[in-house]
Design a protein around this ligand. Structure first.
Ligand SMILES: Cc1cc2nc3c(=O)[nH]c(=O)nc-3n(C[C@H](O)[C@H](O)[C@H](O)COP(=O)(O)O)c2cc1C
Length: 349
């Protein structure tokens, strides 16, 4: 998409090369990073004709949030490196686009400030700290800040080997900016992965996490039917098919391939979301056809924020939604509910 490509080019121009590397990069040889984008294109769309698409409706409900678009903002660390307005601008952009903002544990703005700035629904992504008290405090405070759901990321028991980051070294945050330590990430003044998170976490821990926040907990980082079933059995309110945008286990399955298996295992018990490599409206349509209720985007949103702050991020989200509307009209789908498994087939080449 032209606008997204322009924003990406502008972001590359504006950002320090090491900062650009931090956002663009993946783990290892970046095989999964590339596969994520490619894998969506390996599903061909099967359009239907003579369907009334005079009005195309992209409205959706996810965990109680009523949204105008099924394209949500994924948790992305350290927004202050992208734009001085940071997470506040991101949350406002999401609200203005009828979307939803997910605040990362590694944010550069405190939850209270983001909540005050946000005018749309807000979710909070959580990594569990070795110091459980710290995580418990974060979880206990989430609801009073108006957080609608907690997103527990399960694909980062330890940090992946991100070679660009290793090459560039730790990125300093802008003056006066620090990682928001109230989120349980132990604070810090740079982007270096912290050793503070608990690699001993298991499915059994979902119980106290749910109890501590009293909110729906979405489990992010599921790629198999086995984990999907475990998440549902342990009370997850939603499952997010994700490989962390190719930043964790290089060579793991692309999300466009994992999605159908996960959606099948969940069997409609809870909503399934997906992220990784979603770059246009056709990709969103493919994801919904394969069983997702909604999608999340990381880098396209990040480039929008870097290119134009709040307006840039909003424009990226609106461009993606506009492109989804077009794909839906051309495929004969007037609503998200009209998108079915029958609207895609595996590509032959
Ligand atoms: C720079 C960067 C930082 C990220 N930080 C987090 C994070 O703090 N927590 C998390 O759960 N996921 C994080 N992610 C993963 C995203 O939430 C999401 O899974 C991924 O970006 C989706 O892929 P996409 O960028 O191709 O859209 C991060 C991704 C990027 C690119």
């Amino acid at each position: 998409m032209d606008l997204l490509r322009r924003q990406e080019a502008l972001a590359r121009e504006r950002l320090d090369p090491a900062v650009h590397d931090y956002f663009a990069g993946g783990a290892g040889d970046e095989q999964t990073l590339a596969d994520n984008e490619r894998a969506w294109r390996r599903w061909w769309i099967r359009p239907r004709g003579l369907v009334d698409v005079g009005a195309v409706d992209t409205a959706v409900e996810v965990l109680g949030a009523r949204l105008r678009t099924p394209i949500l903002v994924a948790p992305v660390a350290a927004h202050a490196l992208l734009h001085h307005d940071g997470e506040r601008a991101g949350a406002r952009a999401a609200g203005a686009a009828g979307s939803l903002f997910t605040l990362s544990t590694r944010a550069t703005t405190d939850l209270a400030d983001v909540a005050a700035a946000a005018d749309g629904p807000l979710w909070l992504q959580v990594y569990v700290d070795r110091d459980r008290e710290r995580t418990l405090r974060v979880l206990a405070g989430a609801r009073e800040h108006g957080v609608g759901a907690v997103v527990l990321t399960v694909d980062l028991p330890v940090a992946g080997r991100r070679e660009r980051e290793l090459r560039n070294g730790e990125l300093p945050l802008p003056d006066g900016v620090r990682l928001a330590d109230h989120l349980g990430g132990a604070g810090g003044e740079g982007t270096k992965p912290l050793a503070g998170w608990d690699p001993t976490l298991t499915w059994a821990d979902l119980a106290w996490i749910r109890e501590a926040c009293g909110l729906p907990v979405a489990v992010k980082g599921v790629l198999t039917a086995q984990d999907a079933r475990a998440a549902v059995e342990h009370g997850a309110a939603a499952v997010v098919v994700s490989n962390h945008g190719g930043r964790q286990l290089d060579g793991c399955v692309p999300t466009a391939v994992a999605l159908e298996e996960v959606a099948g295992a969940v069997g409609g018990a809870v909503p399934v979301l997906v992220d990784g490599g979603i770059r246009d409206g056709g990709d969103v349509l493919r994801a919904l056809a394969l069983g997702a209720r909604a999608v999340l985007v990381g880098r396209p949103y990040a480039w929008g924020l870097a290119a134009g702050g709040q307006d840039g991020a909003r424009e990226a989200l609106e461009a993606l939604t506009g492109d989804l509307e077009l794909a839906m009209a051309l495929a004969g789908c007037p609503s998200l509910a009209a998108i079915t498994r029958d609207h895609v087939r595996a590509a032959l080449w």
